[in-house]
Design a protein around this ligand. Structure first.
Ligand code: GLN
Length: 487
């Protein structure tokens, strides 16, 4: 429906109140949820109380963040104090966090209005949101298709008009892939730019929280609200945060003169859906017409991304998920003794994909296999990073499709984990290297499904990433395509 600027302008001119806007979104969520099922829980009381607080502050003439009064959906792997946080898992189905994640605390401070917690693949493991222990989320453009994953609920909520902005997390593509499938903008920040405190850990060396929005500018505004040093996260970077939105100037929409853009050669070959390939050719022509220099760049180790990721991510997951033992919190199964209780709790509490990852991770970390698998994977990770470092000596940003194909039908990959894993082919190497990357719409398939363009920048170059994305977005028609209305 609306962008952040639109909402901000209504509030400042006193044309509409934050409560009215929140109520409009809540009503629409109520009507569209039976079709989309983006949410695990909708929180109207929280939303209306937060909106009232914003209206009060506006009446008092307090200076407000651009995010004040803007409805937002939060992926349900971010801890919200006093509000159930399930990670879409039976093991956490009744978990009410006693503390707030840093990102949601910062957004509360900025005055966002939380309308609910969104669906995901259990523990963020998956690419279609079909691994949720609760329900499947639909793709707003075609209900029989998946919204992508693991942040499928957040992407579908933005793409389906239920909220202007949302938060997701991205370990191997979980913001960018669903953003591509749902026709919205999604950004994975540089590792360490956004605090992970209160994000339920999947693979700690890869996880990053990031924004979903309708437009690049909104994405910049939401990133601004969550980025920055946090002493509660030991991997948080102590860096100056630029004013991202102010860098998106009108001249960019006319010209990209002087910018060097590399197309990752390894992503453009066999296996790419012909409609995605055609959309990429259109992107290249368009960027050239704006004055950018576009050249092919080889990242020869890109192809080892998935193999490397499926050693490293399950290893970290098996360690992180050891804490769900039925003792401290979460589900506890009835049993005769302690050992049986551990076993039954994990047996009943975790779904098949989570168990698969715990088993792979435990195996590759075990004595005798550690060197052969885990250590080897870490070495390949370094080589992948070096490919990117070399590329950024030649170009400002890299581009490639976000996904090899548009959204696929629900159920079509659930029995074939390997083919599901392949949908993250283009996004995973970026997490392994800790780089920032963004997905934005660059076309539609004949069936009317969105196609995503991924732009990748060097470490901490979110400024450049957003500028190139903004230039492309504002000079092409894709962002003007109205999002589907459901109900
Ligand atoms: N789809 C990938 C996986 O299943 C990435 C998930 C993510 O980024 N959280 O692990």
């Amino acid at each position: 429906m609306y962008t952040i600027r639109q909402i901000q302008s209504w509030l400042h001119k006193k044309e509409r109140s934050a409560v009215e806007i929140a109520q409009e979104y809540l009503d629409y969520i109520h009507r569209s949820e039976p079709h989309l099922k983006s949410f695990i829980c909708v929180t109207p009381e929280v939303a209306l109380a937060q909106a009232e607080a914003v209206d009060r502050q506006l009446r008092e003439g307090k200076p407000m963040s651009p995010l004040a009064g803007v409805p937002i959906a939060i992926k349900d792997n971010l801890c919200t104090q006093g509000i159930t946080t399930t990670c879409a898992s039976r093991i956490l189905a009744n978990f009410v966090p006693p503390y707030e994640s840093t990102v949601t605390a910062r957004l509360q401070q900025a005055g966002t209005v939380m309308v609910g917690k969104t669906n995901l693949d259990e523990f963020a493991m998956g690419s279609s949101t079909e691994n949720s222990a609760f329900h499947r989320t639909a793709n707003p453009w075609k209900l029989a298709c998946v919204p992508g994953g693991s942040s499928g609920g957040s992407a579908a909520a933005v793409g389906g008009n239920q909220v202007p902005i949302a938060l997701g997390s991205d370990t191997g593509g979980s913001i960018r892939q669903p953003a591509a499938f749902c026709g919205v903008v999604g950004l994975k920040p540089t590792y360490g730019l956004v605090s992970r405190f209160g994000l339920i850990a999947f693979a700690s060396s890869l996880d990053q929280i990031g924004p979903f929005a309708r437009t690049v500018e909104d994405c910049a505004l939401l990133l601004q609200g969550i980025a920055g040093y946090d002493p509660k996260d030991s991997t948080s970077l102590q860096v100056e945060i630029p004013d991202y939105a102010s860098l998106l100037t009108p001249d960019l929409t006319q010209s990209l003169q002087g910018k060097k853009i590399g197309v990752i050669q390894e992503t453009m070959g066999a296996g790419l859906d012909p409609e995605v390939a055609a959309a990429m050719q259109g992107v290249i022509k368009h960027l050239e017409s704006m004055g950018a220099t576009v050249e092919e760049i080889s990242c020869p180790r890109f192809q080892y991304g998935i193999a490397t990721y499926y050693i490293i991510a399950p290893s970290e997951a098996s360690a992180n998920l050891a804490r769900y033992d039925g003792v401290k919190y979460g589900l506890r199964a009835e049993a005769k003794n302690l050992l049986e209780m551990y076993g039954k709790t994990r047996e009943e509490g975790f779904g098949a994909e989570v168990k698969r990852r715990i088993m792979i991770g435990t195996y590759v970390l075990s004595a005798g296999y550690y060197d052969a698998y885990y250590l080897k994977a870490q070495k390949v990770r370094t080589l992948i990073k070096q490919d990117f470092e070399r590329a950024f000596q030649q170009v400002d940003v890299l581009i490639c499709p976000t996904t090899p194909s548009p959204a696929f039908p629900a159920g079509s990959k659930t029995n074939d984990p390997l083919s599901m894993y392949l949908s993250d082919l283009m996004t995973i190497p970026v997490n392994l290297a800790g780089l920032p990357a963004l997905s934005l719409p660059c076309g539609f398939s004949q069936e009317g499904l969105p196609i995503g363009l991924q732009i990748i920048a060097n470490v901490l170059r979110e400024d450049l990433l957003l500028q190139v994305a903004y230039a492309y977005e504002q000079s092409t028609p894709w962002h003007k395509q109205p999002f589907p209305l459901l109900g």
